[in-house]
Write a protein that binds this ligand. Sequence first.
Ligand SMILES: NC(=O)c1ccc[n+]([C@@H]2O[C@H](COP(=O)([O-])OP(=O)(O)OC[C@H]3O[C@@H](n4cnc5c(N)ncnc54)[C@H](O)[C@@H]3O)[C@@H](O)[C@H]2O)c1
Length: 425
Amino acid sequence: MSDAVSRRKFVASAALTAAPAVLPALASSRGHTFGVIGTGGRGNYLMERLYVGSGSRVKILSVCDTYQGNLNRAKDRVQTMGKNTPQAVVDYNEVLANRDVQVVIIATPEHLHHSMTLAALKAGKHVYIEKPLAQTIEQGEEIIKAAKASGKQVQVGTQNRSNSLYGMARQLIGQGMIGDCHYVRAFWYRNSLPGGAPAWRYNVPAEANEQNTDWSRFLGPAQKRPFNKNRYFQWRLYWDYSSGISTDLLVHQTDITNFVLGKTVPDTCMASGGIYRWTDPDDDRDVPDTISALYEYPDKFHLNYSCYFGNDHFGYGEQFLGNEGTLEVLNRQVLTFSPQKFGGKPPAHIANRKELKVELPGNDNLAVEAHLRNLLDAIDGTAQLIAPVEVGQQAAIGGHMATLSLRNKKMVRWDEKARKAGFVS
Ligand SMILES: NC(=O)c1ccc[n+]([C@@H]2O[C@H](COP(=O)([O-])OP(=O)(O)OC[C@H]3O[C@@H](n4cnc5c(N)ncnc54)[C@H](O)[C@@H]3O)[C@@H](O)[C@H]2O)c1
């Protein structure tokens, strides 16, 4: 029996016995009750997409953030878009203790994913956990075990799987449109305005201070340090809280390569790079702004990845190179297919394949809405999750292998039997 159905039954019986004060939240006609932990850039956006894409099916009962500014904004969003006033708290344990909350979205910095997801499962919640699944491979493995034992639905926020263009790519490639594919080129290039903020130096709110941010809760399991606003609001730049490009961006691309081509985990990874663009002596970032990573998969397949934060001419995309054609998805909103030309003399079966271009501006918004809806459907028992923890972990392992290789200047090999990454000596 699905949770939504059992909840309705519970509501019916509770109506006979419970005090009226607890009824309004429980008796919502909108079946799925949410808590949102981490209401910064992503958490705020996810709430919006949840309302736009599934408004009639959800009610956000609780929001949590350790920065008062973002907490207030989240409360406003719920009042405006959901027309109710949510519980607003700084300690995520209060969200988990709220028995009316059935599902939690976790959109906090990467180093908090592990402890928060485990705690949410322990509290009996379904979870939408933003990518990367966790900060280390070992933490991801623990989450898989806990998710399995809990019987709860855990969707990982790799929403490209719910993007119609990647679905189309998977179908066309599966039908043989590009022939044999042993090679993917994936890239993510960005630039910053001259004189503007350097890459990932996101805005630090002028009014933020030690009183309205909870530094100790932000640090969580990370190394203790004195309060530092840059670390708090620009956490992606520091190893303590993030692996930068590998786990922030690259995981989307290992994930979508796996999804489109039916792959899982690479056999080896060799990565290199460094901080080449943002070298100002005052810039104390740890993580590279430049990375190349070469992956070999067990079944004669190669993924060639590059990311650079000093030029955005080529944008963000994946190119699936087949011996009969090329399929490219750019910026999550343009898909092109080009048949191989063979010097103007293609064999007849390839000559009759037409070039294709599909443009769907704003398609990432629809993908995120569909990704959230898929979680609701999985909870209702009407669909399978498209990004369960196992595939979230497969995507993340690729990212972690790149970080290990880059930081240790060694090739990294994945041992599937031991479920561990090690160095190739
Ligand atoms: N799927 C995607 O395309 C996508 C895009 C952007 C971000 N993300 C992911 O979303 C997550 C959050 O990224 P972001 O860009 O929103 O970062 P952010 O810094 O904008 O937001 C993080 C929020 O978490 C809050 N926070 C920190 N510690 C907390 C704690 N202990 N309890 C509660 N709240 C806490 C911060 O105050 C902040 O509001 C990351 O995992 C990131 O990789 C995914």
